[in-house]
Design a protein around this ligand. Structure first.
Ligand SMILES: Cc1cc2nc3c(=O)[nH]c(=O)nc-3n(C[C@H](O)[C@H](O)[C@H](O)COP(=O)(O)OP(=O)(O)OC[C@H]3O[C@@H](n4cnc5c(N)ncnc54)[C@H](O)[C@@H]3O)c2cc1C
Length: 619
């Protein structure tokens, strides 16, 4: 291992991932921890990393409290409705009450915000969204983090968390490797904030072969945010609540501005409003939830999927009316410039001018994330003033491991945070992490060299495996003694796709399929001990795959545990097709025992805090 030089860094706050939540955490940690040592470690380059790398056209979470537009309570009700009742309202409220201040800082830092010419307010795209010229969004928040951190490490992938050997269940830091130099990095830290984004590519994508990177969700988001905490025994929640997106076909260009600003609408191939057709059938499955306004995202997907299965496709977005207005036409095209230029390229290549042709929509493969219209992630403590006892254990956004915090996609139960809410949650986590240190909770942490050296051996093993196994290649990349990261990834994606409710089965699964899926995932886990990497880039791919595989196990365990179909349109349990509020109006929480690798699951009450408070006020 001598060829991989070891670097040690001791710090107070270690932020893993420099995306939206990570930059927010790094910025806020400096505000509260003036004299503290703050380090941020990023797998890519913080200037253009994470889901916002290319930019965004709208900030999707802004209350507008200064103008009385929305209150945090409204946002809690909105997220609760969209997630069919299953959210952590304490976390959602806490984010919503602080998110406006975050957006005002973005404005001060130079993010070009669109303004309503008549009112002078931020230009609304919808009730929660405001429009921006967001090509520079990521570099702007990165600059705030760079000015705040003692050091930003780019191109280092964190592969494992370190645990304190003095006190049980306390964090000790993290380790990883530099993908350019091949050096090994040890970060001994008093607190760690995991902000490593969500998980794409665990289910087989619609675009395969050379188009494989063309997914809705950023292809480089590999589930480290889940695998890192799962591996050390942190509790997770709602991991069954994967998300499926309805987007423009093949390019996955955003539809928000089209629906909300351009007022476009969808229709089936015969020009019919197909959503209405599926009302009775959906009511049969989910009861009164179908009458809620706005219609929960998963139920709109459900109508799309049913209509397609019934032969009503292709489903189209009616753009030909709105695009006759030159202003709306411009907005329609500019919408892609800010975040998905590829959609315009796809249309050009397919001869689609949306002024004259209604473009096709599709439903994506499922993704796992905690900040969009979905709430998978870590089970964290809420804020002291809002959270019921079962949701509070001392420090806001702390996982069930002492000193380990999370934000953004990492945190479960709190949907609809989006970019601004994720940055805000990073700020909340950092404030709590600094308090944790100031409260002397991080004293005398012991991380031995042995713990680090063991991880070093494990991290670089795929390089050694390849070195030996390449001699046994029988042809191309076929070898009896190793598998490559891409072979492992494709095997993982097929298991998830065919057994856990991906596109192959129109998002359908059941107990027997899940049981079989778990068996296959266990064998994959065994085989991943033999993953080989021919260079440092492939080493990164190997570790991304291992993180995806562990995340997938957790998703499958959760899907097996929840014996109902809570979110038709995201996935279906064929053996329990109906929503079952009597037995399943609850959150699911899992823990994987790091020693045995076995998952245990439990139901945890979902508290409707906003309505409870209102009931109290009324009485
Ligand atoms: C396609 C798409 C469109 C969206 N559109 C909008 C929109 O229009 N408006 C809006 O407000 N929000 C939008 N969002 C949501 C927003 O992008 C996310 O909510 C937000 O980026 C989540 O922040 P995060 O920090 O959790 O993850 P990210 O911003 O993705 O950051 C995660 C970071 O962790 C790094 N990382 C990952 N693994 C490791 C590791 N092992 N070691 C070190 N670093 C690691 C990644 O490189 C990345 O920089 C969109 C999201 C997607 C996917």
């Amino acid at each position: 291992m001598a060829k991989h030089k070891t670097h040690y860094e001791d710090c107070d706050v270690l932020v893993v991932g420099g995306g939206m939540a990570g930059t927010g955490a790094t910025f806020e940690a400096r505000h509260w921890g003036r004299d503290m040592k703050i380090i941020c470690v990023e797998k890519a380059n913080i200037d253009r990393s994470g889901a916002v790398a290319q930019g965004l056209y709208a900030i999707n979470c802004y209350m507008g409290m200064q103008w009385g537009e929305n209150q945090p309570e409204d946002h809690v009700r909105y997220a609760r409705n969209d997630l069919m009742g299953m959210v952590r309202e304490d976390l959602g409220y806490d984010m919503a009450r602080h998110v406006d201040s975050t957006v005002h800082m973005f404005d001060e830092w130079g993010l070009p915000m669109m303004k309503n010419e008549k009112t002078g307010r931020y230009l609304r795209e919808g009730k929660w969204q405001i429009m921006i010229h967001g090509e520079s969004y990521k570099p702007i928040v990165a600059e705030a983090a760079k000015k705040s951190a003692d050091k930003i490490y780019n191109r280092i992938m964190i592969t494992h968390l370190l645990m304190d050997e003095e006190k049980e269940n306390r964090i000790g830091g993290a380790v990883g490797f530099n993908m350019r130099t091949g050096d090994f990095h040890v970060f001994r830290a008093k607190t760690v904030i995991v902000a490593a984004g969500g998980a794409s590519h665990i289910f087989k994508p619609r675009a395969v072969g050379e188009g494989m990177g063309r997914t809705w969700y950023a292809p480089w988001s590999n589930g480290s945010a889940y695998a890192l905490p799962i591996a050390v025994g942190a509790k997770m929640t709602q991991m069954e609540n994967r998300i499926v997106l309805c987007r423009f076909k093949d390019g996955y260009g955003p539809v928000g501005a089209y629906f909300l600003h351009l007022k476009t609408y969808t229709q089936n191939a015969n020009g019919e409003n197909y959503e209405k057709k599926w009302y009775d059938q959906t009511k049969e499955l989910v009861g009164e939830y179908i009458d809620h306004h706005p219609t929960p995202t998963c139920l709109r997907n459900h109508a799309f999927i049913q209509e397609t299965m019934a032969g009503g496709g292709p489903i189209q977005m009616v753009t030909t009316e709105a695009f006759q207005d030159p202003h709306l036409e411009t907005v329609g095209w500019e919408n892609f410039l800010g975040m998905t230029v590829g959609q315009a390229v796809v249309w050009a290549s397919q001869n689609i001018d949306p002024k004259y042709t209604n473009p096709e929509l599709t439903t994506s493969e499922p993704y796992v994330m905690g900040s969009h219209a979905t709430c998978s992630g870590a089970w964290v403590s809420g804020p002291e003033d809002l959270s019921p006892p079962e949701y509070f254990w001392g420090y806001n956004r702390m996982l069930t491991i002492d000193g380990l915090f999370g934000a953004g996609d990492t945190v479960g139960g709190s949907a609809h945070k989006f970019s601004s809410g994720s940055f805000t949650e990073g700020r909340l986590a950092a404030k709590a992490a600094v308090k944790y240190i100031n409260d002397q909770k991080a004293e005398n942490i012991k991380v031995t060299d042995k713990q680090c050296e063991d991880f070093k051996d494990a991290i670089f093993k795929p390089l050694d495996t390849y070195k030996v196994a390449q001699n046994e290649i029988t042809g191309g990349t076929v070898s009896p003694s190793y598998i490559s990261p891409i072979q492992g990834l494709q095997r993982l994606q097929r298991i998830m796709d065919e057994y856990v409710g991906g596109i192959a089965t129109n998002y359908m699964t059941n107990g027997n399929m899940l049981k079989r899926g778990l068996e296959l995932l266990a064998w994959l886990e065994e085989d991943l001990e033999k993953v080989g990497a021919e260079d440092l880039h492939q080493l990164m791919r190997a570790w991304e795959l291992k993180h995806r595989a562990l995340t997938s196990q957790c998703v499958t365990e959760h899907t097996m545990f929840r014996e109902e179909t809570r979110w038709p349109g995201y996935y279906y349990r064929g053996d329990y097709m109906k929503l079952d509020d009597d037995n399943w109006h609850c959150l699911t929480v899992s823990r994987r025992d790091p020693k045995t690798g076995k998952f245990s699951l439990e139901k945890v009450p979902v508290y409707h805090i906003v309505d409870e408070n209102e009931k109290k006020k009324a009485s």
